[in-house]
Design a protein. Structure first.
Length: 260
């Protein structure tokens, strides 16, 4: 069968796209390097203590876990905080990010100590991608309307925090978390990643199906794009607190440990 120039060009583009997808998939599905260290980063409206329930389970599994205190100032400063903790690790390390800190994982995950990436209801941009523009291609989640600013300092209102951020937690517990939320600087939201670690590192993703902070379909899109091993958790944005068993098991799997 004769192939004209247009048909040939289309076939060439399709082949290149298939090759690119295969390359992404290889990064995500390759065998895990066994790791004994886990570094966990938090996002907006939280601090490092949000990982407490998961950390207890990781420690019980024999893993060394460290939570990063995200300064919530600018993306470069947040990434630097992650890198300082990664520098202290003594070998292969699973880097985990929740929510906004997926930006930090994507950027800092190229660190040589990082053996695998885990995203928990997290942003997962490509290199140089405008995440805000990407998010706008999906329906806006309800929590966005609850962000309030005092000058350049932003936080989530109590009503939005309880309903749209921590909706599956007992109200008393959610109110405690609201009381300790760390405000973020507007400048933090303007940063763009310069590299995408998920293109070269095995990746895992936990989608929160009841998420009202990041659209669950956006989470699914990002997980599929990176070729991540994906689970779905019937949880609010705070699956790491409401479903720590599932999240810990995913991290332990990424560390190459037996999850049985």
């Amino acid at each position: 069968m004769m192939m004209n120039r247009r048909t040939f060009s289309a076939a060439l583009v399709a082949g290149a796209a298939a090759s690119l997808l295969a390359t992404r998939g290889m990064a995500a599905t390759s065998a895990s390097v066994k790791a004994r260290n886990v570094v966990l980063a938090h996002g907006l409206f939280a601090d490092g203590s949000c990982w407490t329930e998961v950390i207890a389970r990781l420690q019980a599994a024999g893993l060394n876990a460290t939570a990063v205190q995200n300064p919530l100032t600018t993306l470069p400063e947040a990434v630097a905080a992650v890198k300082r903790v990664l520098d202290r690790q003594d070998g292969p390390t699973v880097l985990v990010g929740h929510s906004f800190s997926g930006m930090m994982v994507t950027e800092a995950g190229v660190h040589p100590n990082v053996s695998a990436l885990v995203y928990v209801a997290a942003r997962a941009p490509d290199a140089g991608e405008d995440y805000t523009a990407l998010a706008k291609t999906f329906p806006t989640p309800p929590a966005s309307a609850g962000i309030v600013f005092d000058g350049d300092e932003g936080r989530l209102s109590e009503a939005a925090f309880l309903r749209d951020f921590a909706g599956d937690l007992p109200e008393a517990k959610a109110k405690v978390l609201y009381a300790v939320q760390e405000p973020f600087q507007k400048a933090l939201l303007t940063g763009k990643t310069t590299q995408a670690a998920w293109r070269s590192k095995p990746s895992w993703y936990a989608v929160s199906t009841e998420d009202r902070t990041i659209n669950p379909d956006l989470e699914r899109f990002m997980a599929k794009r990176m070729g991540a091993k994906t689970i779905e958790v019937k949880a609010s944005h705070l699956s790491l607190i409401s479903h720590p068993d599932e999240i810990a098991r995913l991290i332990i799997e990424a560390a190459g440990q037996n999850t049985n």
